[in-house]
Write a protein that binds this ligand. Sequence first.
Ligand code: NDP
Length: 323
Amino acid sequence: MRAVRVKRPGGPEVIELVETDEPTAGGGELLVSVALAGVNYVDTYYRAGVYPKAAPFGLGAEGIGTVIEVGQDVTGFEAGDRVAWCDAPNSYAELVAVPARRAVRVPAGIPDELAVGALLQGMTAHFLVDSTYPVAPGESVLVHAAAGGVGLLLTQMADKRGARVIGTVSTEEKAELARGAGAAEVIRYDRTKDLAAEVRALTEGQGVPVVYDGVGRTTFDASLASLKKRGTMVLFGAASGPVPPVDPQRLNAGGSLYLTRPSLYHHIDTRAELDHHASAVFGAVLDGTLDIRVGHEYSLAEARQAHEDLQGRRTTGKLLLRV
Ligand code: NDP
């Protein structure tokens, strides 16, 4: 079968499409014929060695497809089922072994593209606004990279909860998309000299009670400086690079701030948690309250291009690989 592999960590140029042995369904696993694989920023961290992994390794964690074989000790799934997942390694491939406990059924009314667009990034946005910092009506919240995969969904969810979203983006096209998703204010952070001052100007000098920051190194300081007293800094990613070590005293000086670095995987660890977040996002897609924007679709052979575009800030919304 064809699969995307990385021989050694590095830039997008280390991505290769290879012929490799087919996986089998081990105990507790489903063998799935993949229709679409989701591209996520975390895939670039593994590819680059930011998150170390023994090479060579396969890329990807998310996808949707059809079960073709059910391993031992699996209940509740059978061949022919349509399933999606967001944490099965080697998902940029024609076939993938998905742990049954990580597979979710997709409601019939949701096309494959929207299901993958909703799953990893949608559940991330959902836990961020629902549990990391539960957004309340009337609050102003700062969302970085608001036209990105997570950003567009986070913006919509915070807006639907009655918050006033201040989004940051790097182009006018992205600004339009962020406004369309519900951002009341948009800041071009590529142009501003003092992002925190702009946020304060938009909040009567107060600052915001929460910043959702998936950009990391280049925004972290401005994010902290944008918080009001006892505000919460939610650092959930590092698209611009990892944040250097932080002196806890900065949280005191900033006004008894909270800093957290949450991961989706600690919010979907059990079947009940996974079903809770998946049904929240699939339900919102079905009732029309969550709009999934697939920004770009590539073939499996174009995985390298997808990584170049994602890291080159040329993309919006969800990126898919058609298998
Ligand atoms: P995005 O589609 O948001 O792409 C990243 C965006 O970040 C870019 O489009 C760009 O938007 C912005 N950006 C700002 N500076 C840079 C830079 N120097 N290089 C590249 N991009 C930059 O990606 P995802 O939606 O897949 O992920 C967004 C973030 O969420 C990532 O940090 C990811 O790791 C994180 N994440 C975390 C999870 C968790 O469990 N904690 C789960 C899922 C995602 P612009 O051009 O507008 O600046």
